[in-house]
Design a protein around this ligand. Structure first.
Ligand SMILES: C[S@@+](CC[C@H](N)C(=O)[O-])C[C@H]1O[C@@H](n2cnc3c(N)ncnc32)[C@H](O)[C@@H]1O
Length: 399
């Protein structure tokens, strides 16, 4: 089993029966599962606040086996995993979870109550130098809290996550996370696959703040990013940075065949109007029914240097022109009432177009609601006792 497939199975195990977890342990081995779980815990952990460095053990048990990972925590430093048998390790605290409980904590539904599902041994050994006891006590207390912050599936808001990871989707010149919260909430507990076009990062910075934000927000999500530049150094469990051009339709389809279908696609790439349309045409077919396609930065529809239209009314070949066309597609039953008229894919599959300032969410599903039958002419309406539009206008004018 590859590390990626182990993580994918672990995510699904969050809501699967216990025997699925036991089966995975048998196939992958407890050591590899523990490695993947520790990676996830470290990704979720808050920054350590203990100024006195302290070593904390995270133990995972399954049947008769136990795997221990010792973590060194100190404020201002990344949490370090010590090598097994590191002679400098002095474990001040031990948290022990069963494999099943830790998998449920990390990949189970959000906000489920977790209590008494672990063992905590606080200061197992008497410190050699008791003059250091006050600092050791405080550091052990704080570092324990830090570790537990990584052993949960809490629900931080996207605004806070955006700021924490350095994404510009909130409180910059964009105010997008409020809309993302509104549309993404229903996917949050699901094992979603999400693709964002455009990974970001300038001046030597590798970028990827939003990919990390999505990984943290969707605690069961597999996150993929696409960029012109190779950003594979960002790769980590549940996050894969792919290289490609969003203007290359064939390349996009190839990528989607391999990594899709996706529950969510977000276009935050070049914002060239032509690219926005090419990417939508290539990738919308790979959005799952019930999924969403998001287009950011619609302002470039009004910017000629991005292929937009100067002036107040955008042309059909812009991103806003695309949205306007999708609105018409959504209502195709109103202007193409004949049942044998061939429908386009977007007429059949776009079931919602939600547009806010500079961002649009396009919902995919079956656009199959019937409309008022075409034979409902004035005579038929009259038979129902309704007035015709013409009679309505005459009545209004006479008042
Ligand atoms: C606005 S930044 C993305 C920011 C990122 N989505 C975030 O929220 O942190 C735009 C990115 O799109 C990438 N990009 C530009 N043209 C592209 C293209 N044709 N195909 C794919 N990515 C492209 C750039 O390299 C840049 O990293």
């Amino acid at each position: 089993m590859t590390p990626d497939s182990i993580v994918e199975r672990l995510v699904l195990c969050g809501t699967a029966p216990d025997y699925e977890i036991a089966l995975l342990a048998k196939e992958a081995g407890l050591q590899r599962l523990t490695g993947a779980l520790v990676d996830e815990v470290l990704f979720r952990c808050e920054q350590p606040v203990n100024t006195t460095p302290v070593d904390i053990a995270l133990e995972v048990t399954h049947e008769q086996e136990l795997r221990r990972t010792v973590l060194r925590m100190a404020a201002g430093e990344p949490i370090r995993v010590l090598d097994a048998g590191d002679p400098t390790a002095v474990v001040r605290r031990r948290f022990r979870f069963s494999l099943t409980d830790l998998v449920r904590r990390l990949y189970g539904p959000l906000q489920q109550p977790h209590s008494r599902d672990f063992t905590d041994v606080f200061l197992p050994e008497r410190p050699a130098d008791l003059t250091e006891l006050p600092q050791i006590l405080q550091a052990t207390h704080q570092a324990g809290g830090t570790l537990l912050s990584g052993c949960t599936s809490d629900a931080p808001g996207l605004g806070a996550l955006s700021v924490a990871y350095g994404s510009d989707k909130w409180a910059s010149f964009h105010w997008y996370t409020q809309h993302y919260e509104h549309h993404f909430a229903r996917y949050r507990d699901r094992p979603v696959r999400i693709l964002e076009i455009g990974i970001g990062g300038y001046a030597g910075d590798l970028g990827g703040p939003s990919l990390k934000m999505w990984k943290r927000y969707f605690h069961r999500g597999l996150v993929f990013g696409l960029d012109l530049f190779d950003k594979s150094a960002l790769n980590q469990p549940r996050l894969t940075a792919l290289t490609g051009d969003q203007g290359d339709a064939a390349g996009l389809r190839e990528l989607a065949e391999r990594y899709g279908p996706f529950d969510i696609v977000i276009d935050d790439g070049s914002h060239e109007n032509e690219h926005v349309r090419i990417s939508f045409d290539a990738l919308f077919p790979y959005v799952r029914p019930g999924g969403l396609y998001v287009i950011e930065d619609l302002q470039t529809a009004y910017w000629p240097r991005f292929g937009g239209t100067a002036g107040a009314e955008t042309a059909p070949d812009t991103s806003v022109g695309l949205i306007k066309r999708l609105l018409d597609d959504l209502h195709h039953a109103e202007y193409e009432p004949k049942p044998d008229t061939p429908r386009t894919a977007t007429q059949e599959q776009v079931i919602g177009v939600h547009t806010y300032h500079n961002i649009a969410f396009i919902e995919k599903g079956v656009n199959g609601e019937s409309s008022i039958p075409a034979w409902m002419d004035d005579e038929a309406w009259k038979a129902l006792g309704a007035i015709t539009p013409e009679e309505g206008r005459e009545l209004g004018a006479s008042r």
